[in-house]
Ligand binder design. Structure first.
Ligand SMILES: Nc1ncnc2c1ncn2[C@@H]1O[C@H](COP(=O)(O)OP(=O)(O)O)[C@@H](O)[C@H]1O
Ligand SMILES: [Mg+2]
Length: 257
């Protein structure tokens, strides 16, 4: 069952920007926006197995980061903690500057529903809803006008398919719908866990290009977990998750993977 709050978003509750009258051309807008995401000393263990150890990570507003790492190292665990699908044992998580652990469950769900979008490897479209209803879901959950669902379907190349059902689509088309849904409510942060893992290489390349374009269009920050060096190379930063935590992967190191 897909986690409803991560399928969904927005408008921002706070205005972080200074008055346009006070701004000069040398001002960097990001200096006034909180980080899209901050993980402070985040730790998670399953039984005896310690998966994440005091992990620190900061993602600026609008930044696009790829995370790579061996299977089983904890990439999905990290995304699941951010999305609230699992709870950390210790540490703090701030989404768009708001400390999630300071909120009660209902408030944390509302925050995540508004601020996050999630693209899953296995798409997770709802089979009994048509494409328009699937994409409108986060808008509905956030009490936002549903017109944008139609626009998002068109943006991912599926205009005219609104009344089709997921079973009528190819894998690539299903992932297009999932991207439209993840960004429909204009989330501040998009999380994607191996979004092309179930697609053939040509379709995967198309989908990644589309995903990146749509993220840029929405001015969302993004964390993409991928095994593909080519996919990672298109990110602003590439990080490698190991037992020692998240560390930058240089273009040279990336090229040899
Ligand atoms: N819900 C869970 N219960 C127990 N162990 C889990 C659970 N989720 C993940 N793990 C374990 O945590 C480790 C990291 O898993 P995961 O985050 O899925 O790795 P990755 O996505 O990097 O392949 C693995 O050893 C996995 O078996
Ligand atoms: Mg995984």
């Amino acid at each position: 069952m897909p986690p409803w709050h991560v399928l969904a978003t927005f408008p921002p509750r706070h205005c972080y920007l200074p008055s346009p009258l006070l701004m000069t051309s040398s001002m960097n807008l990001n200096e006034y926006a909180p980080a899209a995401l901050e993980c402070r000393q985040l730790s998670k263990r399953y039984g005896e197995r310690s998966v994440l150890r005091a992990l620190d990570f900061r993602l600026e507003a609008g930044e696009y980061v790829a995370i790579m790492g061996e299977s089983g190292v904890g990439k999905s665990t990290l995304l699941n903690l951010i999305a609230g699908l699992d709870a950390p044992d210790s540490g703090a998580l701030l989404i768009d500057g708001e400390p999630v652990d300071a909120l009660d469950d209902a408030e944390a769900t509302r925050l995540r529903r508004a601020k996050l979008g999630f693209v899953f490897q296995a798409f997770h479209l709802l089979p009994h809803l048509d494409l328009l209803q699937n994409v409108a879901l986060p808008l509905k959950l956030n009490g936002m006008p549903e017109q944008r669902a139609r626009d998002m379907l068109a943006a991912v190349g599926l205009a005219g398919r609104e009344r089709d059902f997921p079973r009528q689509l190819s894998g690539g088309e299903m992932q297009r719908v999932a991207i439209a849904r993840a960004l429909a409510h204009r989330p501040r942060l998009l999380l994607a866990d191996e979004p092309t893992g179930n697609l053939d290489p040509d379709t995967a390349a198309d989908i990644l290009q589309l995903l990146k374009a749509e993220i840029r269009d929405s001015q969302a920050a993004a964390v993409i977990v991928t095994h593909s060096p080519a996919a990672a190379a298109s990110a602003d930063r590439v990080l490698l998750l190991t037992r020692d935590g998240l560390n930058a992967l240089s273009p040279t190191a990336l090229a040899t993977r």
